[in-house]
Design a protein around this ligand. Sequence first.
Ligand code: R5P
Length: 305
Amino acid sequence: MSRVLIPFPDLQPLAVELGARLQARVAPVGWRRFPDGESLVTLDAQLEGADVVLVAGLRHADSVALALRLVAETARELGARSVGLVAPYLPYMRQDTRFHPGEAISAPIFARFLEQSVDWLVTVDPHLHRNPRLDGLFSIPTRHVAAAPAMAAWVQANVPDAILIGPDSESAQWVGDIADRAQVPFQVLAKIREGDRAVQVSLPDPIAARGRTPVVVDDIVSSGHTMIETLKHLSALGLPAATCLVTHAVFSEDAYERLLAAGAQRVVSTDTIAHPACNAIAMAPLLAVACEALLAERTPSLAAL
Ligand code: R5P
């Protein structure tokens, strides 16, 4: 059995650890842009008969997705037996309905784009809301890795007196799971989104938070407004400076700096999106388990041969 892991440039530490755990050869992809902006990708590795695992950071999906397609199809032409994708952050999931007339419903369209190139997909906590399950979006085999065990371990080790705060009903699924595992209390607030950069968040219950250190938990921080509104409430209630704990550090524009300016004591994330200051929770161990399961499904047992 030969495994080759091909990492895209921006998730190197995660990819190297994942490659070691999967006992895969790590083969970089050559990727350069012509003067007109078109991509040229080059695969130097011997891929004949190999199970290929692509590892791609899709935080900037619009600039990576086409190169990903080029690499996947080239790997197949060069003889790969299978091509899977580890996309720790799965983009476009929040546009899961037509919020305004004529809008694209991007989530299923992007899912179809990916499954046209790869045989299987592993991701971390996709934003499943109106689409409750990943296999309702994809027809290829998928595994959804939960970051909650790793995030709960971080909370237990670093903020044992925490109260977790989820800023909206969508966060309840993650906050409740992390709180149960870390054995700390939690609250879920209500959010009204008025626009891309305008949200209102309900007031936390100060009695329940008394004597505890607030940790605001969300799956995605994009503009940062959801977390910032929550931080403002916590600070107005006189609670200790909060930690922001996020799975996917999307951080549009200067969101990270604005979280700190809004009073966050620190901002901590998993490494599904590379960020030099806040990646503190490694996902490679859990991703490796999911990849092993999918690779095993593709390997015929000796008895069947
Ligand atoms: C949406 O429900 C997500 O869980 C996040 O709360 C949201 O994406 C955060 O967006 P922003 O940082 O732009 O407020």
